[in-house]
Design a protein around this ligand. Structure first.
Ligand code: ZN
Length: 158
């Protein structure tokens, strides 16, 4: 089995058996809705933040719900596993590492990305990059919305 085949298997596994996919996360602090009209991907992302240590708020829970292509839904599933339990600043840094990887700028924090490394080949297909980034950009938006004291946000990526 080639590495490309292995990565495809990982992506399909997350698509068929998504992690942390649930329309409900109660209570949650922030709900964001992100869409990618180019492909028709729609994503709701809810986060719950443990702010008991004000100096280091932590992602206590992350859940997504959506309707979209296999790349977008699998990537969101991978994202929830990679960032749960991380501090917001750390999770933001990890999302940035994923974004740079999708733009062909090398792989940082490979071990922390977990199954996220399987998406590196998507960089070769620019039309699919937005699909792979949807969940991660929603996460970044949800965290900054939390930091700004907001509770809901809608973003269209076009
Ligand atoms: Zn898509």
């Amino acid at each position: 089995m080639s590495l490309d085949d292995l990565y495809m298997e990982i992506i399909l596994d997350h698509y068929r058996a998504p992690r942390n996919r649930s329309g409900e996360l109660e209570p949650h602090d922030v709900l964001v809705h992100h869409s990618n009209p180019l492909c028709g991907d729609e994503l709701d992302l809810r986060i719950r933040v443990d702010g008991s240590d004000a100096a280091r708020p932590v992602l206590d829970a992350v859940a997504f719900e959506g309707d979209g292509c296999s790349i977008s839904m699998a990537s969101a599933s991978v994202m929830t596993e990679a960032v749960k339990g991380r501090g917001l600043a750390d999770a933001d840094d990890l999302a940035e590492a994923f974004r740079l990887m999708l733009h062909g700028e090398g792989i940082k924090r490979e071990d922390d990305l977990l199954d996220g490394v399987a998406f590196q080949g998507v960089a070769k297909f620019p039309v699919r990059v937005k699909c792979a980034l949807l969940g991660w950009m929603a996460l970044k938006d949800a965290m900054s919305t939390y930091t700004d004291g907001g509770a809901e946000h809608r973003v269209t990526h076009d």
